[in-house]
Design a protein around this ligand. Structure first.
Ligand code: PLP
Length: 728
């Protein structure tokens, strides 16, 4: 008998108590609140922590860190503060209602018989900036996936790695060069706890790695009602050379990367088993985790199945999502390296090594090819998804030789377009406005079919006011960040004081934040500097641009691009109108998407698999100004933003420089003739009526169609549900 979705207890993973935190009984539930990432999408819960200790909160934005820091006299003060205790009780009640509400959730009410759980594997998870287990879009998407699964009551359990040093923090020096700093996470200070085994000790799994066995400790991050299991090899039981396996996200060393992916796939599968989970569906989000299929083969082969039968068995309940529309971006390991690790496994279970290697080959037949993780995932899954309609088409062509012939063309690669978690990405002022308009059920109102009518029925002024308030929030944040940055570069007090007058909250503000991969063309809007200068320096109708983004430490071209742009922000022509915010993370992202008027996106077609930051911006009423790539052609309706260049452009072939010039022309024309005039067209009250109508259109079209709730419902109904046993 498998646990049913109604049996929420089945997903609960017991954890060890964290000794450092001892709270008096009056406020003891702060412990549960701190360790459940529900607070990351519940502003009132964050407010509670901020009131508990404003200084610690401002410093860390991490409630666990905060609870470790407080002294007894401070507790007493809070216990005696009636308004604090009232807020505390309200939040605890809301939390308890949320956690106990599984029976009324979407999943339990629409699919009461579906049993789980679904195992969801990813190399990175972006849940909050204080838990830096992500580098960018893929991880944040995975984090939003878990949050929506929790909100909808979908019985899902996440599996990932707990990185001691995570992903780097970025700063830029006075010359614009990117500097890398790796955080050193002290796990007991993060909102994660060790899983507790039967004996009240931790839970450890063995991972066979070449000639030895490495142990991984299992930690748990609670994401509302969904547990996320995180594996960690940095434990004394391991040889000191094996401890750093889970040190860095996307470690550059190929052999270390393979070791990580073995820990994720094989160790993750064993961790699920050790905790009593028997997944009914297995979802690989990108190819990094595909070695979980090897671990799943073991018992099938041991039971006497042929490799063919066993692979058919794996395929029956495996789901794979590919995010990478360029062959080079897909994970692969050179043949000798792959064989070094796979040979002992195959020998142990009597599997022919060549037959296994063929499951990861890119091209049929050729000898000595790398072992490709995407190919393995494709060959062992029955549901294969791209992350937008365009991306599914591109991926279907890219993997046509590997995709199962048995499926009809249209079924081989499906599109489940990405979505984002509204409660995480919506700015505070807009959220309060929506709650005031639509009550506590605002996410359902805006997520439903009636969103357009609901928004259109509301007055324009408060929406514009809320947007301006979020823009002022961005102004404060930006100035503080710039002051830190410029103080580090040695600017004088007078120069630092001048920052207070920088960034004009009244001016049309364009945001551009992304990974500085060259295909994203962050420099497109800078390609004709005199023309850009005319735009930004127009005294009556000024334009300003806020930039943010990291370049991978190994990506020299991306780093040069950052340097070039940072230098431009300081150039005489553009100074004071272009800003570079360091260390793009979820917090920077939230403040940017909430505060800008226009969200700019200029990738080379068709290389943007989906893109999600534009969805976050649109939910906040920003208008997308984007190349027709990734998700945008599915959302664009002529009234909710703009398309740069040809509307139906998918494949770009031929002269890249010429295409760049064409796109730049189109971008400048749109800015000059459409965007700037529209923004500055005001009525007597100073409200840009027609602009706000576009904002309403953006919110009403993007919120329902590009929320992670919609994405999860689609995954559940088309990919997971058909694979699940029903509990009758
Ligand atoms: C949303 C987000 C991303 C991904 O956005 P794209 O549009 O896919 O580039 C990357 N980093 C951060 C911090 C984000 O919030």
């Amino acid at each position: 008998m498998y646990p049913s979705v109604n049996d929420r207890v089945s997903l609960h993973v017991p954890t060890l108590h964290v000794a450092e935190i001892e709270l008096p009984p009056e406020i003891s539930r702060l412990y549960d609140l701190a360790y459940n990432l529900w607070w990351t999408w519940t502003p009132k819960a964050r407010e509670l922590f901020a009131r508990f200790d404003p200084r610690s909160w401002a410093l860390y934005r991490n409630p666990v860190q905060l609870l470790i820091h407080v002294d007894r006299p401070e507790w007493q003060e809070k216990i005696e503060d009636g308004s604090f205790i009232a807020l505390y009780s309200r939040i605890v009640n809301a939390f308890d209602r949320y956690m106990a509400g599984g029976d009324e959730s979407w999943c339990a009410t629409t699919h009461p018989d579906a049993a789980g759980p679904i195992a969801y594997f990813c190399m990175e998870f972006g849940l909050h900036q204080s838990l830096a287990l992500y580098s960018g879009g893929l991880g944040i998407l995975a984090g939003d996936h878990l949050k929506s699964a929790s909100d909808l009551g979908i019985p899902l359990v996440g599996v990932g790695l707990l990185y001691r040093h995570g992903y780097f923090h970025q700063s830029v020096d006075a010359d614009g060069r990117q500097q890398h700093f790796y955080p050193d996470h002290d796990f007991p200070r993060l909102p994660v706890r060790p899983a507790a085994g039967g004996t009240g000790r931790g839970v450890y799994v063995d991972v066979p790695l070449h000639d030895r066995v490495v142990k991984a400790r299992v930690w748990v991050a609670e994401v509302g009602r969904v547990p996320l299991l995180l594996l960690d090899t940095d434990i004394p039981q391991n040889d000191s050379a094996d401890r750093p396996i889970t040190s860095m996200l996307y470690t550059p060393g190929r052999e270390m990367r393979l070791a990580q992916e073995i820990v994720l796939g094989v160790g993750g599968t064993r961790a699920l088993a050790a905790l009593g989970f028997r997944p009914q569906a297995w979802h690989m989000n990108e190819g990094h985790s595909a070695l979980l299929q090897f671990e799943r083969l073991r018992p099938l082969l041991a039971a006497g199945e042929s490799l063919e039968e066993a692979v058919a068995e794996l395929r029956r309940n495996s789901v794979f999502t590919t995010h990478t529309p360029v062959p080079a971006g897909n994970e692969k390991f050179d043949d000798p390296l792959a064989r070094k690790y796979f040979a002992p496994w195959c020998a142990e279970i009597g599997l022919d090594l060549d037959a296994w290697m063929r499951l990861g080959e890119e091209d049929h037949g050729a000898a000595g090819q790398p072992f490709n993780m995407t190919a393995l995932a494709v060959r062992t899954s029955c549901r294969i998804n791209g992350v937008s309609k365009i991306n599914a088409g591109v991926s279907a062509r890219m993997w046509s030789h590997v995709l199962p012939d048995s499926l009809p063309e249209t079924e081989r690669m499906r599109a489940i377009t990405n979505g984002v978690h509204g409660p995480t990405w919506l700015g505070v002022e807009l959220r309060e406005l929506f709650a005031g308009w639509f009550g506590e059920r605002w996410p359902e109102v805006l997520g439903g079919a009636g969103a357009r009518e609901a928004i259109a029925a509301q007055p324009q002024e408060p929406l514009w006011e809320a947007h301006l308030a979020q823009k002022h929030r961005l102004a404060r944040f930006l100035r503080a960040r710039l002051r830190d940055q410029f103080a580090r570069h040695g600017l004088s007090p007078d120069q630092l004081r001048a920052i207070e007058r920088m960034f004009d909250p009244e001016a049309l503000t364009i945001g551009f934040a992304r990974r500085f991969a060259t295909y994203k063309r962050a420099d497109l809007v800078f390609s004709d500097l005199p023309r850009l200068r005319k735009l930004v320096a127009d005294a009556a109708r000024p334009v300003q641009i806020v930039l943010a983004g990291k370049a991978h430490p190994a990506d020299k071209a991306g780093q040069e691009l950052i340097q070039h742009l940072v230098q431009l922000t300081r150039s005489e022509q553009l100074e004071g109108r272009i800003f570079f915010v360091e260390d793009y993370d979820m917090r920077v992202g939230r403040i940017l998407v909430g505060g800008v008027d226009v969200w700019l996106n200029t990738p080379r077609r068709p290389l943007e698999a989906s893109g999600t930051s534009g969805m976050k911006a649109a939910m906040n009423g920003a208008l997308n100004l984007s190349i027709a790539d990734g998700w945008w052609p599915e959302a664009y309706n002529g009234r909710n933003g703009w398309v740069i260049g040809p509307e139906a452009g998918t494949a770009t072939a031929g002269d890249e420089a010429a295409l760049d010039r064409e796109d730049a022309q189109a971008l400048y024309q749109l800015l000059e003739n459409e965007v700037v005039p529209a923004y500055y067209e005001r009525d007597e009250q100073g409200v840009p009526r027609r602009w706000v109508a576009r904002m309403q259109e953006a919110i009403a079209t993007v919120t329902p169609a590009f929320s992670s709730d919609r994405m999860l419902r689609e995954y559940f109904e088309t990919a997971y549900l058909p694979l699940l046993d029903t509990a009758d």
